[in-house]
Structures are given as C-alpha cells and as structure tokens.
Design a protein around this ligand. Structure first.
Ligand SMILES: Cc1ncc(COP(=O)(O)O)c(C=O)c1O
Length: 364
C-alpha cells in the first residue's frame, strides 16, 4: 500500500507563480503564517479505494460540499513542522518522521483514515522541493509546513467519514514571538482537555476550545495561556500551543508527564534528550500551580520556558493569574539553562552542530 511507486506525485506547476521580485519582498519580513508559497500537496482518500491521486498543484481554495463532515463534526487533524536553510545552503528538516507518526496517531484517535508515514513524508518533501525558493534564510527564519486532513464526505449522519482530503501547505515564517521573555496567564476557569478526551491528538477542536482562554490571556496583557488539569484544576499541563518546562535552583528540569491530556511535543521530547545528554536531571512529573508559586517565592524555581515548533524555546518571564503574579528569575529571559538548550536545539536544526541522534534529514 505504501510503496514509493504507489504514491508517485503528479506535478502540476502553478501557471502564474509569484514573481521573483515579489517573493523577495515577502521573504524579507514574512511574519508568522500570513504568507504562503505557490503550491500545495493534495492526496485524496475514499473507502474501498484508499489513498489516491497524489499531486503537487497550485495553491488555491478548495471546494467542499456544505454537508462535508468536517464542517459539522470537526473531524480534522494537523501537524506543524519546519524546513530550514542549512549553513551550507542545503535544505534540512528536523525529525519529520516524528510528525508523520504523531499524525497517524491523531488520525487514529479521531477515527480518520490513517495516512501511511511514507506518504506523509513524501508529500512534505515533494512540496518543500517544489517551493524551495520560498525557504527564507536568517537566524529565526524557516519554511513552516502545515500538513492537515479533513473529513470530506457529504453526509449529515454522525459517523466517521468515508472520504478524506490530506493537504500540505507551506508558509515562510520569522520568529513566532518578537523576542525576550513572554508573560503567561494561568487559566483557572477553562481547561483544554480532560482524561479520555483528545488532548494528545493534534486536532483543530482542541485549539477551538482554547481560544477563549487565549483571548482572556490577551485581555490580561499576557502573551500566552497556561492550562491546568481538568479534574482538579491544580496540576500544570501545557500552554495553548506549546509545552512547558521549569528549571530548579539545583539544575533539575521539571515538565508535566504525557498522560493523554497534553500534546506529546517533538520539541519537548528533543529537549528531554538534550538535557539528559548534558547530565541534567530531568523529571517528567506533575507540578502543582501552588507549588510553582511557592517555588518562585522561595527562589527554588529559577527559570521557566515554553517550547514547540513555532516557539522553539522561549523563556517565560512571569506568570499571572487569580492568585497574583510571579516573576521567574530576572523576568527578562536572560536564563542560562534555557539559553543553552535553545542554542543546542537551533544549532542542530540548522546543521551548525553535530547531530548524534540522527534527527536532521536533508531534503535535496
Ligand atoms: C498544544 C500544543 N502543545 C505543544 C506543542 C509543541 O509540539 P511540537 O514541539 O511538536 O511542535 C504544540 C505545537 O505544535 C501545541 O500546539
């Protein structure tokens, strides 16, 4: 089923791609997620026929029947990953196989057709090759890739769809945060995911449910929202689009464990390995919000950071919530352990440092 031949992509080049001059202008300051490349990868699925017609085609609006299941029952999943311009001018990706695996696991949780990992990787690579001129160079610039899958069967009965569209689009991006440390609002009223729910799947519904809390965070002048567990409203889980780490004064790193309610972040997993490589003690264990406030007051908690594909490693300067505000370290993001891990991660991703775990894949 997933042999290379079966998934040979048909290329239908864009008849009127963006001009070189316009692309150069767009790449100079792309922001995050507003500029898109010329092409997209599209693969269709139908029960009885399987995955078929893989194409790289002009990026364009997609036609959906108004009864398409995704529009009613939110059967949708996605991924977020990046292609980088390496120091030698080549193109690299970081752990794309981990995204392929998580996409398959998300599909399973949402009762969707599973995209074979080989097909997922081919779609991403073919799109990066087709739009390689869109990969920006520069410190925090990259080509953000957004693979996603929607239920496309036109049927109003509540059941898993029998038809799907798997699409990959690409967006040249700069830094997600503008620099320095971020402030985080601790959401006490809204939770993101409950035990037995879909917290570990990267499905759009999780993000829809987080938006009101994110808006509340903005109203409180915070950059991001931190969610607590749904059962006791006590244990720190994760942020709206990132995992979270804490650094104690003895150099120990603490991060909430994976238990089905948080996203198993690929950056999180990578940093756990990099920290262990450095001889740091790492604890994946529950950390209560009360303990966090007490540790900040006593000086035991010295650093905190958010991590994810978009955020990379971003220092957290303060937490604010109904129990008041705590400042972490100096509050300005000049945090040594966070900075060291960030440098190590970026160095490997950009091909500037050795890659002992074989995480980096060349595309060309
Ligand atoms: C809710 C959530 N948690 C964590 C992450 C970090 O995951 P990753 O490191 O795989 O990007 C993301 C970003 O994708 C996310 O949306």
């Amino acid at each position: 089923m997933d042999s290379a031949d079966q998934f040979r992509f048909t290329h239908l080049p864009h008849p009127a791609p963006v001009s070189v001059a316009q692309r150069t202008e767009l790449l100079a300051n792309p922001g995050f997620g507003r500029v898109f490349t010329d092409h997209m990868a599209v693969v269709r699925y139908k029960e009885g026929q399987g995955w078929h017609n893989p194409t790289i085609e002009a990026r364009a609006p997609i036609a959906l029947d108004p009864a398409a299941a995704v529009l009613h029952y939110a059967q949708e999943i996605f991924e977020g990953m990046k292609a980088y311009r390496a120091a030698d001018g080549g193109v690299v990706m970081f752990r794309p196989d981990a995204n392929a695996r998580r996409f398959r696991q998300s599909a399973e949780r949402m009762a969707m057709a599973e995209v074979p990992e080989a097909l997922f990787l081919d779609a991403v690579r073919e799109l990066v090759r087709a739009d390689r001129d869109w990969i920006p160079s520069g410190e925090s610039a990259s080509l953000y890739l957004r693979p996603f899958m929607i239920a496309s069967e036109a049927f109003l009965g509540v059941k898993p769809s029998s038809e799907y569209l798997f699409i990959v689009i690409a967006s040249p991006v700069g830094a997600y945060f503008s620099g320095g440390a971020v402030s985080v609002w601790v959401s006490e009223e809204y939770t993101r995911a409950a035990p037995g729910g879909t917290g570990a799947a990267k499905c759009g519904g999780n993000y829809a449910a987080s938006l009101l809390a994110q808006r509340e965070a903005k109203r409180q002048n915070c950059d991001q929202v931190l969610f607590l567990d749904a059962a006791e409203h006590r244990w720190i889980e994760e942020m709206g689009g990132m995992n979270v780490f804490f650094v104690m004064d003895d150099g120990t790193l603490v991060t909430p464990p994976l238990g089905g309610t948080i996203l198993p972040g690929i950056t999180r997993d990578t940093l756990l390995t990099l920290a262990r490589d450095r001889g740091l003690t790492v604890r994946e264990e529950r950390y209560g919000i009360d303990q966090c406030y007490a540790d900040a007051a006593s000086g035991r908690l010295v650093e905190a950071f958010a991590c994810g594909t978009a955020a990379v490693v971003t220092p957290i300067g303060r937490f604010r919530g109904h129990r008041g505000e705590i400042v972490i370290g100096a509050g300005n993001g000049a945090d040594p352990v966070t900075g060291d891990l960030r440098e190590a991660l970026i160095g490997i991703q950009r091909g500037q440092r050795p890659d002992p775990h074989g995480w980096v894949q060349r595309i060309d």
